[in-house]
Design a protein around this ligand. Structure first.
Ligand code: ADP
Ligand code: ZN
Length: 708
């Protein structure tokens, strides 16, 4: 088995030109019947690694997956690509199960998705032995390990697979596995000399941004404004949070739905379905949302509050941009969030571990170096260069000598006897005149009002930086009061200089400017123009008719490429990434006609788009109208319509010319051309042919010759 075949299948079934890094190596290893462990981030393209070997090999590929909710979707996806696939789990009726079994035994099915329960149920192995099994894929393989976060006891019995199917290669795939888990996977499955593939965890298509948690609602509205109609998720800390936010957004005319564990399971699955089907584009959710969905065109993620660790953060932003297209993430960060998260931690019995994890998250949020470097270093990966796609890279924070500011803050803390929290320190510095300040005589201390030139949020940012640099400590176990450290003495008494960094909240204008700038640079940007929206609507209707999610018809990336290149014939359509053979057959014509109709509507509404008048003729021609009718419709004479059709032939459109020119006439023109060498001057040709063959026919003949 060679990779050429694999590449052909990639094009034929999925409409893609190239493998992603590592996919080809994994496929190669599977062809060599090696066991493999594949670690690849969500959206990295794990499924392709077993789907391609499955369709290019004899026999059946068995895919073990614990995510029952995703099975139908995955199988539907394969079916729309023309790959015979089926699933077996507890949701299947007895009759359906029999059909599936029959098709497997008839050798029709290429991929079978099965839950571990069903796989291990009695008699199933002997059933499978009657089928010719080419490959076994274990999806979500981290579930096998007690060290993993999703341990499933039934997964540990999967070692039986190797014992029963000794010669069948096994590929174990996961998006989350550290070294111990990886080793465990290999041991438990009893893999033989497996090859391990570790893909990078970098998701370069996700932009990273952190913004101060001030005026979050306004910032969110501005952010969404620039992304209207795009799907996104806002992660909140609590149920109440999600509901409040939905309400506030709705007041501003932004449709959103809440999702949290307090809702009934029907409500939850309804919301999830509406999101998947693009009927709702924005979800305000607690962390529970997103686990069981596979939507590839989530375009943005906002974290309303700081997540409690980097794993959760990475997993949640990972739900954006699974189709590989640019997607944006925004994290709000405030000291208040830290206090809340700390409180949760206090109540846990793993306090130290959780604290350390939160600290790493905090470091990410407060970073003044490339955020992707910090994110990846958490997963032990080291980015050699700055990423260019995070806020720090795009807008390096401005450093300045902040010694005086730090001195003022430290002096205030000292004069307040290290007995108060951040809010009070700031109010004293700003000379707020609050009642309790006066009552406690804090207005008499020397630094009262010494920091009135800075805003509340500037003080918050700067004090966070001081905490970060070790000049201030927060007594989390003592009402979060601020305390001095040995370092602070250096600044207060020994004249140590300190640099601070100025950060800014996102402003709508900056964002808009930035997105225009990056749009030019990014090759794979989705263009959401008018045609894109038209095609999206068509996609939605087709998906509804077929009862599948819209992205299984075509992905956003595919629609975007269609709206950019406007293919009007099958050959051009099949060049679009994501249009495989089956989809071309199923949807090609419908989409081509929609594109032609769009061009026609545009040009009749007076918009002059160069090179499209022939396409308008093609639209009417494809509708089955006669030359005469097209001429009338367009207010053009019939000769012009014929010349349009001739040009279209030259451009590669398939047009049946038998009504317009006979084979004998074609031969006559061809003969005249080869006798005279004249291909350009119609009038001369007309005369050479004794004025017996019309100009239109000559045009058709020339077009066919030029094409051939
Ligand atoms: P994972 O299972 O790793 O989360 P998927 O297998 O669902 O990822 O793939 C994510 C997306 O990337 C899918 O839309 C898939 O069609 C697409 N994809 C996979 N491989 C390629 C490729 N070689 N070229 C283009 N797109 C690909
Ligand atoms: Zn960066």
């Amino acid at each position: 088995m060679n990779l050429d075949l694999a590449k052909k299948a990639l094009k034929k079934y999925f409409g893609y030109e190239e493998f992603r890094p590592m996919q080809d190596k994994i496929i190669q290893a599977i062809y060599q019947k090696k066991d493999c462990v594949v670690l690849m981030p969500t959206g990295g393209g794990k499924s392709m690694c077993f789907q391609i070997p499955a369709v290019t090999s004899e026999g059946l590929c068995v895919v073990v997956s614990p995510l029952i909710s995703l099975m139908k979707d995955q199988v539907d996806g394969l079916l729309t690509n023309g790959i015979p696939a089926a699933y077996m789990n507890s949701t299947l009726t007895g009759a359906d199960q029999l059909t599936v079994e029959n098709e497997i035994l008839n050798g029709k099915t290429k991929l079978l998705y099965v839950s571990p329960e069903r796989l291990l149920s009695s008699g199933f192995f002997s059933f499978l032995k009657q089928a010719n099994i080419s490959l076994i894929a274990i999806d979500e393989a981290h579930c096998i390990s007690q060290w993993g976060h999703d341990f499933r006891p039934e997964y540990t019995k999967l070692k039986l697979l190797k014992q029963h199917f000794n010669h069948v290669p096994i590929v174990a795939l996961t998006a989350t596995a550290d070294k111990i888990t990886r080793k465990d996977i290999i041991n438990q499955l009893e893999l033989k000399n497996p090859e391990t593939f570790l893909a990078s965890f970098d998701r370069p298509n996700l932009s990273l941004k952190v913004s101060p948690g001030k005026n979050r609602l306004q910032q969110i509205k501005d952010f969404i404004d620039l992304r209207s109609g795009e799907s996104g998720i806002i992660y909140c800390l609590s149920r109440k949070n999600t509901e409040d936010l939905v309400q506030k957004l709705q007041v501003s005319g932004i449709q959103a739905a809440a999702y949290h564990a307090g809702m009934s399971s029907e409500e939850r699955s309804k919301t999830q379905e509406e999101f998947v089907n693009d009927s709702i584009s924005i979800i305000c959710a607690t962390v529970a949302f997103g686990m069981g969905i596979d939507k590839s065109n989530v375009r943005w993620i906002i974290h309303y509050s700081l997540p409690k660790n980097m794993e959760a953060f990475y997993q949640q932003i990972g739900r954006a941009g699974r189709d590989g297209l640019p997607s944006d993430t925004l994290l709000f960060y405030s000291f208040g969030d830290i206090i809340i998260l700390r409180k949760f931690i206090e109540e846990s019995n793993q306090k130290e571990l959780l604290e350390a994890k939160l600290k790493r998250m905090q470091q990410y949020a407060e970073s003044y170096i490339c955020r992707r470097k910090i994110l990846l270093s958490y997963f032990n990966e080291h980015l050699a260069e700055d990423c260019g796609n995070c806020d720090v890279c795009k807008n390096p924070p401005e450093q300045f000598d902040g010694t005086v500011i730090v001195q003022k803050a430290l002096s205030a803390i000292s004069r307040l006897n290290q007995r108060v929290g951040m809010t009070m320190v700031i109010d004293v510095l700003r000379g707020s005149g609050r009642k309790d300040i006066i009552q406690r005589n804090y207005h008499k201390i020397k630094t009262y009002g010494a920091g009135a030139n800075l805003s509340n949020s500037e003080w918050q940012q700067f004090i966070l930086q001081m905490i970060n640099m070790g000049f201030i400590e927060v007594a989390y176990d003592d009402f979060n009061i601020l305390k001095l450290t040995p370092e602070s003495k250096e600044v207060l008494y020994n004249g140590k200089k300190v640099d601070l960094v100025r950060l800014s909240a996102i402003k709508k204008k900056d964002e808009a400017k930035k997105s225009v700038r990056t749009k030019k640079k990014r090759k794979h940007e989705i263009v959401r123009d008018e045609l894109f929206e038209v095609l999206r609507q068509l996609r939605r209707n087709l998906a509804r008719e077929k009862g599948v999610p819209p992205y299984l018809v075509f992905t956003d990336a595919t629609l975007s490429e269609m709206s950019r290149l406007r293919p009007t014939n099958e050959a051009d359509m099949s060049e679009i990434s994501g249009v495989g053979q089956k989809k071309l057959e199923q949807f090609g014509e419908i989409f081509i006609n929609e594109i032609l109709k769009f061009i026609k509507d545009k040009s009749t509404s007076g918009a002059k788009i160069s090179g499209t008048t022939t396409k308008v003729t093609l639209y009417y021609f494809n509708q089955g109208k006669s030359i005469e009718e097209i001429g009338k419709e367009r207010g053009l004479n019939e000769d012009t319509i014929h010349s349009h059709l001739a040009s279209l032939i030259e451009e590669g459109e398939k047009i049946d010319v038998s009504k317009f020119i006979t084979p004998v006439e074609y031969q006559q023109v061809k003969h005249a051309v080869s006798a005279t060498g004249n291909r350009d001057r119609l009038k001369d040709l007309y005369e050479d042919l004794n004025e017996e063959i019309s100009y239109s026919k000559i045009r058709y003949a020339l077009a066919m010759m030029n094409k051939a």
